[in-house]
Design a protein around this ligand. Structure first.
Ligand code: ADP
Ligand code: FDM
Ligand code: MG
Length: 205
């Protein structure tokens, strides 16, 4: 059987990276084949450009950086696909939803933002780690990266409300790390035992 494609989305400091790692560790400890992906993947050629943009070492047109974030996903597609087909589950820390929400929050046209990601792999499930800005701020101050600003983060949150649909699983991210982990495990354990063929039709509706 193929692996599951699980996406974790959410605003800054909602616990995505913490929980993705825990999910991978837990599933691996159960003997399952699981691999972690994170977007942007800052290690590739496009990822290095994205990293220096986020660290504010370079400037770039808003459209151009949007396309680079998308390219960063397209270049991972073949690897993701082959793992899934071999039966490995992949847990993905941010995906095209972050791509659209951040760029739309900056003022780019929402429909334009969706175009470059059309035809990527469609996840089996998207978990949205839901945390208010006030709670997020209790988890420490913003860093120095380009998007770590309160007003932008609030707009990103509004964009997430637009892209999420009834298939998304909202997780209360204000709970303890253990509780959030358990809630996410419940979602993964509830995935269909027969997920059907892998779908490469993101936003093709
Ligand atoms: P994200 O990847 O969504 O930005 P992180 O996983 O990096 O979030 O977590 C942001 C900060 O909040 C880290 O310092 C992390 O240790 C802390 N954190 C994560 N989950 C929780 C939680 N459930 N309760 C309190 N603090 C948390
Ligand atoms: N981000 C992330 C985007 O603007 N577009 C994208 O397509 C993706 C995947 O990059 F501010 C933003 C979201 C966040 C930054 O942060 C990357 P992390 O901490 O590496 O997730
Ligand atoms: Mg993170």
């Amino acid at each position: 059987m193929r692996g599951y494609f699980v996406v974790v989305e959410g605003c800054d400091r909602s616990g995505k990276s913490t929980q993705c790692e825990r999910l991978v560790d837990r599933l691996q400890s159960q003997g399952k084949a699981v691999q972690l992906f994170k977007f942007p993947d800052r290690t590739t050629q496009t990822g290095k450009m994205i990293d220096s943009y986020l660290k504010q070492s370079t400037q770039m047109d808003d459209h151009a950086i949007h396309l680079l974030f998308s390219a960063n996903r397209w270049e991972a597609l073949a690897h993701m696909k082959s793992l899934l087909e071999q039966g490995t589950t992949i847990i993905v820390d941010r995906y095209a939803f972050s791509g659209v929400c951040f760029s739309a929050a900056k003022g780019l046209d929402f429909e334009w933002c969706r175009q470059p990601d059309i035809g990527l792999l469609t996840p089996d499930v998207v978990m949205f780690l839901d945390l208010s800005m006030d709670e997020a701020e209790k988890r420490g101050g913003f860093g120095d990266e380009r998007y770590e600003k309160r007003d932008l983060q609030l707009r990103v949150r509004q964009e997430f409300n637009k892209v999420m649909d009834s298939t998304w699983k909202t997780i209360d991210a204000s709970k303890s790390r253990d509780e959030v982990h358990d809630d996410m495990m419940t979602v993964v354990e509830g995935l269909s035992p027969n997920p059907g063929p892998l779908r490469q039709d993101l936003w093709m509706d």
